[in-house]
Structure formats: C-alpha cells, structure tokens
Design a protein around this ligand. Sequence first.
Ligand SMILES: C[S@@+](CC[C@H](N)C(=O)[O-])C[C@H]1O[C@@H](n2cnc3c(N)ncnc32)[C@H](O)[C@@H]1O
Length: 200
Amino acid sequence: MRDASPLRYPGGKWRFQAFIERVLDLNRLNRPHYIEPFAGGASLALSLLFRERVAEIHLNDLDPAIHSFWHSVLNRNQEFLEMLAQTPVSPEEWHNQKSIYARGSAAGKLPLGFATFFLNRTTRKGDGKSTRGSTQVNWSVASAEFTSIAAVSTYPVRTRFDSCASAGFLRTSSSTSTHPTIGPGAICISTHSPKLITKP
Ligand SMILES: C[S@@+](CC[C@H](N)C(=O)[O-])C[C@H]1O[C@@H](n2cnc3c(N)ncnc32)[C@H](O)[C@@H]1O
C-alpha cells in the first residue's frame, strides 16, 4: 500500500507496514488496537487500519496544528473537502494560510487544521517560502488528497485522537480510562522520539 496519509513527512513510516504486520502475526495479535503517541501524518496507523490489520487506532500528537488537522478531517470532513475544492494554490494563498497558521489555536480548529494541511502540501522542505503549487502543481495531486481525506472519514468511530505530551498519553493508555490497556489487545508503536527538553 502506498502512503495512506494526507500529510507528508520525511521518512514515510508507512514503509514499516509489512514489518509490523509480521510482528502482529508472530505474536498472534489478531486486529489489536494500535496506539501511536507521535501521530504526525499517522501513515503507518492508517495503513494498518485501512488493511483491517488493527481494529482501532489511538493517535496522539502534542502539536495543536496537527491535532486541529485530524480533528477537522474526522469531525468536519465535508467542510474540509469543500475548502480543499475551493482554495486556490497560489503564492498569495500560501501567505494567507501562513498567517492563519501563525495564529495557532486562536484561528479555530478548522481554519488551523486546513492551513496545516495546505502548508504541509505546498511548502518545499527547507526554503519555507516557495510554493510547490504556485504555478505547476495547482492541486494536480488533488484527487489523491480527496481520496485519502474521504477514506479517513469512513473510519471516524475507529480513530481516536488526543493532544498531549507522549508521556501523559502513554500513562492514560496504560490505565483503562479512555484507552485500552497496552497488552495482548493493544500494541503501542512509537515511530518518533520525543523532543528533548533541556534545562537552560
Ligand atoms: C515525524 S511525525 C511521526 C510520523 C508518524 N508516526 C507516521 O507514522 O508517519 C512526529 C510527530 O511527533 C510529534 N511529537 C514530538 N514530540 C512529541 C511529544 N513529546 N509528545 C507528543 N507528540 C510529539 C510532533 O508534533 C510530530 O507531529
């Protein structure tokens, strides 16, 4: 399966899919819950969910922008797709989305979530200025985006999303409140390492 995530991150953790499926098989884990403390684009979690190898995914990300993106895709999917259809890709729009993004949570979940997606897909890594879509791309990849965003919306009740530091999320996941206990029924895969907080 190709990258199932609408977001692009360097590295593409979905490439571990076959490996993780082997881990599930070897441990006789039949469609467990999948817990991912560093969701980002959640490419691996989505691959496993779409292939019905896990029953539910429990995602977490500390970044309010990433949380807003997933919250919007899961809870306001139709509005998100309409914004995708109506938003031009141009340098002016790139600056507009950048200013929405800069307002953070104050912008509101849907605008911030959409700006996060827009910038993720149009900002060339490294320069932070030019738009991939200024003249050439023109959402020519839009059909793939529509497909993956619409696909996620068919799994809303099986996708949970939290926004807290990974340690807190894992503590919650290890208790029985809203998350399954990590164990035979749930596998926790960490495909990122936490940001180090160093004392000044
Ligand atoms: C590169 S992405 C992970 C990619 C993803 N696991 C996949 O399958 O494609 C890393 C994410 O971890 C989040 N993150 C970094 N430190 C964190 C922490 N301490 N707690 C929670 N999330 C964190 C970042 O906001 C970022 O979105």
